[in-house]
Structures are given as C-alpha cells and as structure tokens.
Write a protein that binds this ligand. Structure first.
Ligand SMILES: [Fe+2]
Ligand SMILES: [Fe+2]
Length: 205
C-alpha cells in the first residue's frame, strides 16, 4: 500500500480493538505531533515560501484531526494523558539518518520522506481500523466512518510529502523514488520489530 513494503500483521488490529481507549488517546497525540512536526519543518525553511505554505496547510488539517479525536475522547470520558513514546517514529528517524545507500538528496528530502512514510503507515492502519470497526455493527459505526475519512486524508498527505520531496530535490522524481524505496525497507524492518513488542495498543505499535 502506498510506498510500504510490508503489510501490518493481522494481530495488530485485534490488539487495537481490545484497547480502543488507549489507541484513541495515542492517536490524538499522533495528530498533534504531525501538526507540530510540519510546523517545525516549516520553521527551518523560512526562505522556501511554497514549502512553508504547504506544511502550514498540512499542520492545519492535522490540528482539525486532533480536535476531532479529542472530542471523541471527551465523549467517551477518556483522558488524553501524557504523550506515549512513539518508538516507531523515533526508530524511523534514527534509521533514516544512518541510511547511506542510494542517492544523497539532503536532510530536507529525508525529513519529507520520513513524513511520507509515517503518513503511509498511519493511513494503512486507519483503513484496518475502519474495516474492523465496520464489522462491529452499530456500536462502532461512527468511529469506523471517522477512520475511513482519516484514511483518505492521510493518503493525500503521503502524496503531498512525496511531491514536496521531489520539489526539494530539484524535480528529480526518479532519485526521490529510489531514496523512498530504500527508506521504505528500513521502515519495514522497524514495523517487523514493533510486531514483536509486548505492548502494541497504539497507532504505530
Ligand atoms: Fe492526520
Ligand atoms: Fe497526515
């Protein structure tokens, strides 16, 4: 799916459904981090107005997602709580900075491609949640429909991050796709390691 090399294992969605409260609280933090990462990247590139505008638009949409998830938490009486550690995102950023193969396109391209991969994985998992919740019938219909709309939005963000990386690489789409392919190998290895962790009731667990 999208640029991902491996599909999420079937056990993840059952773990997530069994602890939906924790998944929703983690999800709220994921949306807030997506907004803050987009703005932090924009802050580093004030001279690139096109990039700043695109990242600000993504951040605005992620904040709307955050507010929607926060409203669901409140409706269910679930506290937001402190942000859980996102081992997946941390490992991905570390692996990308250590990845030396393929074309060298610079730190901005790599940060945009990390964004693209995180969007792709979140998107894949929202789809799994949407399909699983739809099968639960009336009880989870609204939540399933919500994840379906998020699936569409995060798929678009994935494409936007890839397009921004192509622009940052001077229009060399082939080189960006080659780099993305290598980084997707790293992402696949990290997702495989997360599947062996004992505690997986998070969006990226
Ligand atoms: Fe989002
Ligand atoms: Fe997104």
């Amino acid at each position: 799916m999208l640029s991902l090399k491996v599909a999420t294992d079937a056990a993840w969605v059952e773990t997530a459904i069994a602890d939906l409260d924790r998944v929703l609280a983690d999800h709220a933090h994921c949306e807030m981090k997506a907004a803050s990462n987009a703005l932090s990247l924009a802050t580093r590139h004030p001279d690139n107005v096109g990039l700043v505008r695109a990242l600000a638009a993504i951040a605005r949409e992620e904040i709307l997602h955050f507010e929607s998830v926060l409203a669901m938490l409140q409706a269910r009486g679930i506290p937001l709580g402190p942000p859980p550690v996102d081992e997946y995102a941390a490992a991905l950023r570390h692996a990308v900075s250590a990845e030396s193969g393929g074309p060298k396109l610079g730190a901005l391209v790599d940060r945009l491609l990390v964004g693209a991969l995180i969007e792709a994985r979140s998107c894949e998992r929202f789809k799994l949640l949407a399909e699983r919740l739809a099968r639960d019938g009336e009880e989870h219909r609204e939540l399933g429909a919500f994840y379906e709309t998020l699936f569409v939005a995060e798929a678009r963000h994935h494409r936007e991050f890839v397009d921004l990386a192509v622009e940052a690489a001077g229009g060399d789409r082939n080189a960006v796709i080659q780099r993305l392919d290598r980084l997707a190998d790293r992402e696949a290895a990290i997702v495989g390691a997360c599947a062996d962790a004992p505690d997986r009731a998070t969006i990226h667990g």
